[in-house]
Design a protein around this ligand. Structure first.
Ligand code: SF4
Length: 425
């Protein structure tokens, strides 16, 4: 692989669990977001968008030259089909830039009902070989999300085969990326997220957007003739988290991932916080821009990669891994299901004046603490000292402890509304 293999800068596709997170993702550099509508979305707890919110979202995205894709990737049953057709018509009328579907029936129904609505095929469709992807593209899909179980070599092979054998790819796919891959976020221990564990353990189906994440629970072994005796598998006194996958992070191998020809890089995490969205999107915005400018330079620039990794470690995550991309078989964390993070989320800047800012408090902090502000479009992390904290009544506080309170603290002129504020742990 050489640097010449990166012909186009990939789209940075971010999760948007609600309207605020969508605005945050755009502000910090996402080219597009994916979100759930009110029906048929995996992540049924992710604060899905109403039709009116989707209209607003599309208006905002269009004004910024960005895109919105709506997830409708349940594995559907006959009883879902009428609503799917109705919903697809509504989404087309709203003007969304694409819908994400997972099963063939839904795909064909959407294509027949609203042929002009761009359809993306979800990772839940287990897209592991070029013939599967060619099938989707030949039948009108605009884009296919690759299965997370593929290696970089396999993706490169898939792309080569599509370039040689698939008409829509040969014809440029109307300038749209046709391959999408996950670059960052939680992984499932099941195959491409098709999983019955949650249905079985908690009566909540992950294939209908309602996963209770039982793979993150701790497990013991029990022998049939010794009821009530729980045998510790290994690791620690709480048992083993045998199914608990590490999180994916490909920031260090971005040149290799971009050289496969993947046209859209997707961050997982619609349930994650606004803080997570801001920091992760910003880190990948910097990484993708630098890598596209000079892949070889990126590969050899330890300082830059350390900067990106420092940011990605600042937000809540499990141990990072490169998933299946480098030919490994995926990795689990056996000892804990806890998250790691290097910073606490303190709040979001709502307003700024000459040298003060109004902060919506999300996490408690004390007068005199040094805070870090992650400012959209500013490469440096800006630090401020909370020399004073004033509440809405004008009272001086020693500690901002009430979540969602609005407080005034000193600022820096580079800080803008929407910036997220954190404190090193
Ligand atoms: S239980 Fe775990 S592996 Fe299964 S779908 Fe949910 S997150 Fe994925």
């Amino acid at each position: 692989m050489t640097m010449n293999n990166i012909k186009t800068k990939p789209e940075l596709l971010a999760p948007a669990g609600n309207f605020t997170k969508m605005k945050t993702a755009f502000m910090y550099g996402a080219d597009a977001v994916y979100m759930g509508g009110h029906f048929f979305s995996l992540r049924s707890q992710a604060g899905n968008f109403s039709s009116d919110e989707m209209r607003e979202a599309v208006k905002l995205a269009n004004s910024l030259g960005k895109k919105i894709y709506i997830t409708m990737n349940i594995i559907s049953r006959d009883s879902d089909l009428d609503r799917i057709a109705e919903y697809a018509r509504e989404l087309y009328e709203i003007g969304v830039h694409g819908v994400i579907v997972a099963d063939l029936g839904t795909f064909m129904l959407v294509r027949e009902t609203v042929p002009k609505l761009p359809v993306h095929v979800s990772t839940q469709a287990n897209n592991l070989n070029w013939r599967t992807i060619k099938f989707w593209l030949d039948n009108g899909a605009v884009r296919v999300n690759l299965a997370r179980e593929l290696s970089l070599e396999e993706i490169k092979g898939i792309n080569d085969n599509l370039i040689n054998n698939c008409e829509s790819v040969k014809n440029g796919n109307n300038g749209e990326p046709y391959l999408e891959a996950f670059v960052h976020g939680a992984m499932c221990m099941s195959f491409s997220g098709r999983c019955m564990l949650s249905d079985y353990m908690a009566g909540r189906s992950s294939n209908r957007g309602d996963c209770a994440q039982p793979c993150r629970w701790n497990y013991y072994v029990s022998e049939e003739r010794r009821p009530g005796e729980y045998i510790q598998v290994e690791d620690n006194e709480r048992g083993t988290f045998i199914f608990n996958s590490k999180d994916l992070c490909m920031a260090e191998y971005l040149p290799e991932l971009m050289e496969t020809g993947v046209g859209s890089l997707k961050i997982e995490g619609r349930m994650k916080s606004e803080f997570y969205t801001a920091v992760t999107v910003r880190a990948y915005r910097i990484a993708i821009d630098e890598c596209f400018k000079d892949p070889e330079g990126y590969r050899n620039n330890k300082e830059l990669k350390d900067e990106i990794m420092r940011e990605l470690c600042s937000v809540s995550h499990r141990d990072y891994s490169t998933g299946f991309y480098l030919g490994d078989k995926g990795e689990q964390i056996y000892t804990t299901s806890s998250y790691l993070r290097d910073t606490d989320f303190i709040g979001v800047v709502e307003e700024t004046s000459e040298n003060e800012m109004f902060l919506r408090v999300k996490g408690a902090f004390n007068k005199g603490e040094t805070l870090e502000v992650v400012v959209p479009g500013v490469r440096e992390i800006v630090t401020v000292n909370a020399e004073y904290i004033i509440n809405e009544k004008g009272e001086a506080l020693e500690r901002a402890a009430n979540p969602m309170a609005l407080v005034k603290i000193p600022s820096d002129k580079r800080i803008v509304p929407g910036s997220v504020v954190r404190r090193r742990i």
